[in-house]
Design a protein around this ligand. Structure first.
Ligand SMILES: Cc1cc2nc3c(=O)[nH]c(=O)nc-3n(C[C@H](O)[C@H](O)[C@H](O)COP(=O)(O)O)c2cc1C
Length: 408
């Protein structure tokens, strides 16, 4: 199938082509945690690049619970004008522009100085790096209800600001994904135990979000096809959750995989097995897509037009692209013009996997930050240099965040 065919969504909206810019956390908000020039410039580059759908990076539903410093939070109307500008820049080329809403749960850095909330008191296990993450506190019933309300409120604000949809992040080991996994959810109440209970938070959030927005506004879910951890959320669980999601008004389901402990979304499972080189979730996703009644999108490792076509031919409705669009933001336009582009970053083969994972994120962020300053990308930057720059930047943003939070 041609990637340049339109896609009709269940709510009647149409996406101009079958390629999406996947969510990539930018850490480029200002000190009020709202978008400013840097984010506008970055999204202008993507808006010109002609992907049918742009997803923001993680946007927090609660400024006290951040996936990283410098992230965007959307929790009230105070800075709605900034979000209006952001929405308008992203939509200028005709793309759909959706806000990815997220809560990190236990995947939050200890030095941000906030109490991490999670389904249970199970801290991240990243070996010698574990101490970098906050010790989580099990959520009370009130905490859970507040999270549901916040997802709905942020979605309503996104619609008010002019975005065309939201994506609820239920993958990659963040809060909703922690509820889904029996490894991190040890609760014995209605939110834990059987899969039906572990999926209750996701389904409640989807329902609350749907009620808070209009029917034309798109609602998407990003779900792990598996956590890639023994005893964790697996493909059978994903199949069942998709069947429950079939009963809700979801316009697009994005399938991904992994978590901070097992970063499969970077093409690497925890057991060291490297997933098939391109479109590495395709096999699992193809099988899960046959259960899904809504259109399915697969993200991970895609950087060539031929692979996009292969993904679409396998019955998947959309191909999500992150890294390749960070390197070449106009990639989709270039493909449409007939150029044979396949941007790639050099592999990082460091022995210490958590450090290699951090470095590979840092190299991508290096590109995003260059684009945000109106510069050309530099894919061949040294991974070590990008990592050092990223760590210094994160340290600075962490100090700013702590200062801003203690002044409130
Ligand atoms: C720098 C960076 C930041 C990311 N931030 C997010 C995020 O905020 N939300 C999300 O769902 N995925 C995030 N991801 C994962 C991507 O959406 C995508 O699933 C992953 O990079 C694999 O796709 P790719 O091979 O096309 O990059 C991030 C990836 C990178 C490299």
């Amino acid at each position: 199938m041609s990637p340049f065919q339109t896609l009709n969504l269940p709510n009647g909206q149409t996406i101009g082509n079958r390629i999406a810019k996947a969510a990539m956390e930018e850490n480029l908000a200002n000190t009020d945690q709202v978008p400013d020039q840097a984010l506008l410039r970055l999204y202008q580059a993507w808006a010109e690049g002609e992907a049918g759908l742009l997803l923001t990076g993680n946007v927090m539903i609660d400024r006290r619970a951040m996936t990283g410093p410098g992230g965007v939070a959307l929790e009230d109307e105070r800075h709605l004008d900034r979000f209006r500008q952001w929405a308008s820049v992203g939509r200028a080329g005709g793309a759909h522009f959706w806000v990815q809403l997220n809560h990190p749960g236990r995947q939050t850095m200890a030095n941000l100085g906030q109490q991490a909330l999670a389904p249970s008191a199970v801290a991240l296990d990243l070996g010698q790096f574990s101490k970098m993450f906050a010790e989580p506190k099990p959520m009370t019933e009130d905490d859970i209800q507040e999270v549901i309300r916040r997802f709905a409120a942020s979605a309503a604000l996104a619609e008010k600001a002019g975005f065309t949809g939201v994506q609820i992040h239920a993958a990659h080991g963040y809060l909703i994904s922690q509820f889904l996994s029996p490894l991190t959810n040890r609760r014995t109440d209605q939110w834990g135990g059987a899969l039906e209970n572990r999926a209750r938070l996701l389904l409640s959030v989807v329902e609350a979000v749907r009620q808070a927005v209009s029917p034309q506004f798109c609602v998407s879910v990003k779900l792990n096809s598996a956590d890639f951890q023994r005893g964790g959320f697996d493909a059978d669980d994903a199949r069942q959750v998709i069947q429950w999601l079939n009963e809700q008004a979801i316009d697009l389901l994005e399938l991904s995989g992994g978590s901070y402990e097992a970063p499969a979304m970077q093409g690497e499972a925890r057991d060291g097995r490297t997933l098939a080189r391109e479109a590495y979730f395709l096999e699992m996703a193809g099988e899960l897509a046959s259960v899904a009644r809504m259109p399915v999108m697969v993200t991970g490792g895609i950087r060539r037009l031929a692979i996009v076509e292969q993904v679409l031919d396998s019955g998947i409705a959309m191909a999500g692209i992150g890294t390749a669009l960070a390197v070449e933001p106009h990639l989709v336009k270039h493909w449409r013009e007939g150029r044979d582009s396949h941007p790639q970053l050099p592999p990082i083969r460091w022995k210490r996997k958590p450090l290699a994972a951090l470095a590979s994120m840092a190299v991508v962020k290096f590109q995003l930050h260059r684009l945000s300053r109106g510069r050309k990308t530099r894919p061949r930057v040294s991974a070590l240099l990008a990592l050092i720059i990223d760590q210094l930047y994160i340290a600075k943003r962490t100090r700013q965040y702590r200062r801003a939070m203690s002044a409130q």
